[in-house]
Design a protein around this ligand. Structure first.
Ligand code: ISJ
Length: 364
């Protein structure tokens, strides 16, 4: 099968299909090597020989209006009855509890001020659902998010509905964000940021724990950017919606003299404490060694790099790895001093629901 990336930016009514048949994607082992490269990047949480950074060069690019989607991809099964079985990967809940104990004890001992613990849920469907159909559902359910369906031989097939920009811009003007802190909208709050009705944003009250979690990410990002730009403008944090969740977000707009060393900037930013921890390198090593389930391309990033439309890299969150009728849904959350296990577990369940909804929604 050829490699492809099908993606849609927030609020756009069209998607882009980039496919590569003749050659395999370029494989890179270091984020810094992205400097000067052009194409669609699919990067893992941690680049290695087994899981390299993949770069698709556009042999063929096509823009498709979402309203023409069904005509372009003729799917037969969007209406049929389906059901799902949760596949318990050796006591998933228990594994999380054990990991949580291990991770939070490192915070208690002062090794990390913040660390992100992730897990996955595996579900099987009775019938195969065309991945393009799932992409279309994600586009309709999540107009504010970056939606991407990618496939390569090395990475397998992944669908993401990401609220988090890692880096975007072109020439001199760039932006990144610090996104962290999570709450599920309930009751009247579900009107938050809906176009027709207003909900009093005072109804969304952030806990000190969430404010602290996001503060760590914002501080880290500011320090990274100050090494590359002397012109960083920080705005926020403010509340933003992602499906039925809200997060705290700060914007960082900055200028670069040249985008020639963009790989260095990416290497410095990724993985931010929104998906990894502080201090970064020890947290990353700890996660790789101790988390029960390998992250693969979850909590990496993907998107177009240095194309004629600029760079738009998003963190690969609210995503799943698709293997036929088996769907592996990944999610994590940041642990800090006052975290509680049951609440952190629920947060991962709430995040997993983002992709879960795409699986169970029938025709939309
Ligand atoms: C790690 C994830 O999300 C990240 C972690 C968040 C948190 O800990 O509150 C919030 C948004 C994302 O930056 C995920 O969705 O799996």
């Amino acid at each position: 099968m050829s490699s492809f990336a099908l993606y849609r930016f927030p609020h756009e009514n069209y998607c882009t299909l980039l496919s590569q048949k003749m050659r395999q994607p370029i494989e890179l082992l270091s984020y810094s090597d992205l400097s000067g490269k052009e194409g669609f990047v699919i990067a893992p949480f941690n680049a290695s020989k087994d899981e390299p950074i993949l770069l698709l060069e556009s042999e063929k690019t096509k823009k498709i209006l979402l309203s023409d989607f069904d005509y372009t991809f003729k799917n037969s099964n969007s209406d049929s009855e389906n059901y799902f079985d949760a596949v318990y990967e050796g006591a998933e809940r228990l594994k999380y509890t054990v990991d949580y104990e291990n991770f939070s004890s490192q915070i208690a001992s002062g090794k990390f001020s913040k660390i992100v613990l992730a897990r996955r849920k595996v579900v099987k469907s009775k019938l195969e659902i065309a991945p393009e159909e799932l992409f279309k559902r994600a586009c309709k359910l999540y107009p504010r998010m970056f939606i991407a369906l990618v496939h390569t031989e090395r990475s397998g097939t992944w669908l993401t509905a990401s609220p988090e920009i890692l880096l975007e811009g072109h020439e001199r003007n760039w932006r990144t964000i610090a996104l962290a802190g999570t709450m599920k909208l309930e009751g009247c709050q579900l009107n938050f940021d809906a176009s027709n009705e207003m909900c009093d944003s005072d109804m969304i009250k952030w806990s000190d724990k969430n404010i602290q979690e996001q503060g760590y990410v914002a501080k880290y990002i500011k320090e990274c950017l100050d090494k590359f730009s002397n012109n960083v403008v920080e705005e926020g944090p403010f509340t933003v919606r992602a499906g039925n969740l809200v997060h705290l977000r700060s914007n960082f707009d900055f200028t670069l003299q040249t985008s020639d060393n963009i790989g260095e900037l990416i290497n410095s930013l990724h993985p931010t404490p929104a998906v990894c921890g502080l201090p970064k390198d020890t947290a990353r090593r700890f996660i790789l060694k101790n988390e029960s389930v390998p992250r693969h391309y979850y909590s990496g990033f993907m998107g177009p790099l240095n194309t004629q439309y600029g760079t738009h890299l998003y963190v690969s969150l609210r995503c799943m790895n698709i293997e036929g009728r088996t769907y592996k849904l990944h999610a994590g959350g940041g642990l800090v001093k006052n975290s509680e296990e049951a609440m952190e577990w629920k947060e991962t369940e709430d995040k997993i629901e983002t992709m879960g909804k795409c699986l169970v929604t029938k025709k939309i």
